[in-house]
Design a protein around this ligand. Structure first.
Ligand SMILES: [Zn+2]
Length: 154
């Protein structure tokens, strides 16, 4: 009986030895993914840091006075100024007449110029806003068509 147990143990050892002998390629561990994409810093948009008084005045051509209310640029029968501009950039602006509101220059320009805040419209929106507020500066993460083709002269 003891002999049989020893025999079983020896065969088991042989099996495990065969398994561990199987070589795992060390190359797979070395092949780390190296991304060449530029890192885009989120939340670092100078347009979003604009003062509401400033961007509302530039976009509407109206000075935000002590009342902090101007005639709404989004609905045209605003005889009594109902467009409120908050001092806090995080609160942005709100129209008590038509109920439209936003938290940034993007929201207001989007509504005034009828451009979406996403996709191709957004790129156009941002381009115009940069021209208006940050002349000479280029937006981060430029669209693909702006890339110069890398010519291979083979
Ligand atoms: Zn309005």
């Amino acid at each position: 009986m003891l002999e049989r147990l020893e025999a079983d143990l020896s065969t088991a050892a042989a099996v495990t030895a065969g398994i561990t002998a199987d070589p795992t390629p060390p190359i797979a561990a070395a092949a780390k993914s190296t991304s060449l994409r530029p890192t885009v810093r989120p939340g670092h948009d100078p347009l979003r840091a604009l003062d509401p008084d400033h961007y509302v005045s530039v976009l509407t051509g109206q000075v935000v006075g002590r009342s902090r209310k101007i005639c709404c640029p989004l609905h045209h029968d605003d005889n009594t100024p109902s467009f409120h501009v908050y001092e806090d950039p995080a609160r942005g602006w709100y129209c008590f007449g038509c109920g439209r509101h936003g938290h940034s220059v993007y929201d207001l320009a989007s509504a005034m110029w009828h451009l979406q805040t996403r996709g191709a419209d957004f790129l156009e929106l941002r381009r115009r806003l940069y021209e208006l507020f940050l002349p000479g500066q280029t937006p981060p993460n430029p669209p693909r068509r702006a890339r110069t083709p890398t010519g291979s002269r083979a």
